[in-house]
Design a protein around this ligand. Structure first.
Ligand code: ZN
Length: 220
């Protein structure tokens, strides 16, 4: 299928773009991060071109992946595989945009150790599975793979004033289990305070930080 210029440009900013041809064929343009979803759901995604309504639902999701509920998708689309394809598309687009927004805000640099080297990921502060978890940039922080894992495991965190903290109890427990190796250099590599984006609107929101710390069992 040939893709027009407008759709290619839209895909670059939105993650995907689609349009229905007069023949009922659906043309889809997408960024590389969407390739896996496209391959897994290819027939169902193109099947959305069979009706104007379903094709337009895909466009609406591309425009605003958080704006359409799963219930709305289920009510509007009859075939299960197409429902599934739309839901997966929605989740993937949210992930792609969250990742881009967070990494752009932090200059692709780990907020805790300043490493770049394409080892940096977008970590959710309040986990996305939690009812209060959102994909806003202020619920994200750019962390290298090591610090992302350590943050999710509750080994390190940061306060509402962005001071980085190490969980002493957890570290002690690991030492007792003879798994405390590297603790000193691990601690030394951490900055004192989080390296923050220039744009204050992208800074971790205090309410998210507080919620996340209580979810991970942190106390002052
Ligand atoms: Zn790091």
């Amino acid at each position: 299928l040939q893709i027009n210029r407008k759709a290619l440009d839209a895909a670059k900013t939105r993650g995907i773009a689609s349009y229905r041809k007069l023949t009922g064929e659906l043309a889809i343009a997408f960024v590389p991060e969407f390739f896996g979803i496209y391959v897994d759901h290819k027939p169902a995604l193109h099947g959305l071109g069979k009706t104007v309504q379903e094709a337009s639902l895909l466009e609406q999701i591309a425009a605003d992946p958080s704006g359409i509920s799963d219930t709305k998708i289920e009510q509007s689309v009859a075939a299960k595989p197409r429902v599934c394809a739309l839901r997966m598309t929605k989740t993937a687009l949210r992930d792609i945009r969250f990742r881009r927004n967070v990494l752009d805000a932090y200059g692709n640099q780990c907020a805790m150790c300043a490493v770049q080297l394409k080892l940096v990921e977008a970590a959710h502060i309040v986990p996305v599975e939690h009812p209060d978890g959102t994909d806003e940039t202020c619920n994200g922080v750019a962390l290298c793979v090591l610090h992302h894992r350590a943050y999710d495991h509750g080994l390190i965190s940061f306060d509402e004033d962005f001071k980085i903290r190490v969980n002493g109890k957890k570290l002690q427990k690991l030492e007792v289990e003879s798994r405390g190796g590297g603790a000193q250099s691990f601690k030394k590599a951490l900055r004192e305070n989080l390296h923050l984006p220039a744009n204050a609107g992208a800074h971790p929101k205090a309410a998210h930080v507080k919620k996340a710390n209580s979810l991970r069992g942190w106390t002052k």
